[in-house]
Design a protein around this ligand. Sequence first.
Ligand SMILES: O=C(O)CCC(=O)C(=O)O
Ligand SMILES: [Fe+2]
Length: 300
Amino acid sequence: MVYESRYVTCQVIFMIQFQPSSSYRGDLGKEPTIVVHDCHGEGLFSNKNLIRLLNSVSPEKIKTKIPSQKWQEVFNTRKISPPELVELFDSDDNDCWIVLHEIENTPMLRRLFLEMAAALTSSLPPTYGQVKLCTGSLFISRGAATTPFHMDYGSNLLLQLRGNKRFLAFSPNDPELVSKQSLREFFGGDANPPSLKYDPAFDTKALILNLEPGLGLYMPSTSPHCTETRDHDLSVTISLSFVCPLADRIRRSALFDRKLPRLRFLPDGLKYGVATCYEMLRQTRGDYHPRHESFKPLVS
Ligand SMILES: O=C(O)CCC(=O)C(=O)O
Ligand SMILES: [Fe+2]
């Protein structure tokens, strides 16, 4: 079964197709899924264009970290000053790991993000694919660089634009991988939940991809994942992260469990309703500040 989205713009045609494995019989959108695309364009992500992009993004939104970490390690990023960034980017012999956040509205990438959002909305059922609030990132790495095992609040459409990357994505619906405890910790405020730990024995359950230009991946909210690059050439991956209605349901019921652990036995629908009222009440009193402020409506 192939789900295709094809959009004709002024001169550009982008193709982004979801390719669920033939053995998968559940709802499309519920599990990590392979995607094929043709968004990598000849020379679009050349060093020259990447430098233009790095210069056009606010330094506040550019982060780096120790390039190579173990997948079990906690992953902490730090801001990098523009001169340090230029030095890191230019020295071909150095391993590097750089991420640019909130770049969905930069002129060079806006059209691509719009196409990615449209592909999600038209290919997935609304509970998984409705893109209302979203944010975009670009991951640039070189040499030995890894992203440790973690999960994110947003669901994610991720496309490889240049170079290679080994990507392991795990089901968010397997309680051995993502326990209720991990969800409570995560939505209660631990970006790195102590109970979510990578174990190499999990690999047999992973969707393992050797990403190259033309390949990509969709992951629903809270799918654990980790990555690794080894090549000397730059690896460039674009990611559109978005809050689908289901993610908000999972977040609110996990938050309820965290605040009122004795009432965990209540049905999820009720927990969701109570948590929604609680957040609305706090909003009207002006003391509610969502932790995920980078998610915004996409400007068309
Ligand atoms: O590409 C990577 O190394 C990490 C991607 C990732 O963690 C994400 O898009 O959420
Ligand atoms: Fe991630």
